[in-house]
Design a protein around this ligand. Sequence first.
Ligand code: RNT
Ligand code: ZN
Length: 416
Amino acid sequence: MERYTQSKARYQALGVDVEGALVALAAVPISIHCWQGDDVTGFETAAEALSGGIQTTGNYPGKARSPDELMADFSKAISLIPGKKRLSLHASYALTGIEQVDRDALRPEHFAGWVDYAKKAGIGLDFNPTFFAHPMVKDGLTLSSPDQATRKFWVRHGIACRRIAASFAKELGGQAVNNLWIADGFKDTPADRLGPRLRLKESLDEIYAEKLDGVVDCVESKVFGIGLESYTVGSNEFYLSYAATHPGVYNLLDNGHYHPTEMVSDKLSALLSFFDKIPLHVTRSVRWDSDHVVTLNDELREIAGEIVRHDALNRVLIGLDFFDASINRIAAWVIGARNVQKALLYALLQPHTQMKTMQDSADFTRLLMTQEELKTLPFSDIWEHYCAQQCVPGDSEWYNTVMAYEKDVLLARGQG
Ligand code: RNT
Ligand code: ZN
């Protein structure tokens, strides 16, 4: 407590409202993805191998094999993460029991178990249609397929998923993000780049035709995927243009989906100039869109800085998207989500108004000095205080809880 008081005084001397920062941070929801818990496997009985150029690597023991296991693991993870949490589901995590329901026939009732779970956990739900790992992916294409039956199947899936997201919003209150990502693309130089994009546009128009309350529709672009190196139908320009011309559809930014020196932190202010919301997938790409666990690196801090300094905490919808099968999966969730919280707190503990004034008066020397000296202020004292306030373990404490759970629960599951 004494350390907190002393450290708080140092921030306050710079004009930072520390107590206000903690209140603001506690109100920001982080949408945590279900798919870190089982390596993006899902529960479909006829599940296919992961496709679409995304991949999990590693075979750390104890992955969740059933809805009950995934729910238990997720509950363990969120008990160790401060702040407001949501759960982001994929359509492939439907709870259809022994019944086999194809993706175009999914209905809200197939997610009733998740809604019950969310109600008990006191969290909101977000959703993602699953356009990969399925026999109806034809020659690598879904919504942009030249085959009418294929394209229509996936349009039906898109429509079904929006209705499921709307049911989440209705059941749980507030809004539910429904994020559409497809892997459609080609390995080698296409003969026709326009045709698939026009078909995708037509499919999206069909999917978004129905007016639904409570759904935040999002489209997620990508630069390339493994096996799809030469062309991605849903590119950045395509979806950005689509969102800009279709009110109610938003352009989701995944920070693993751009050229390596292109930064999502720099894109936020551009989109904030035109959109009232920006959905995010926070991830970490190492050499490619590898979806490593999010670390507290410069770009994460810059993304958080942009959100905070433009007063956009309620306009940027923060979601996580990583999947590492080589380490304890609960620890992966906890490390990634706590890092996003840390980055936001770090950003909230900066004198942004003063720094903007330095920029506007061309006092760049003072600005650089301030930016650098902020880095060594006693951040961890404020963070530890926040964790205690939120009734979650501090930095050196949560790990033992995860290891005890691994020993008692995860290792008892065996492989498979
Ligand atoms: C893939 C996209 C997409 C997926 C999830 C599983 O590159 O980032 O968001 O990771 O839908
Ligand atoms: Zn993503």
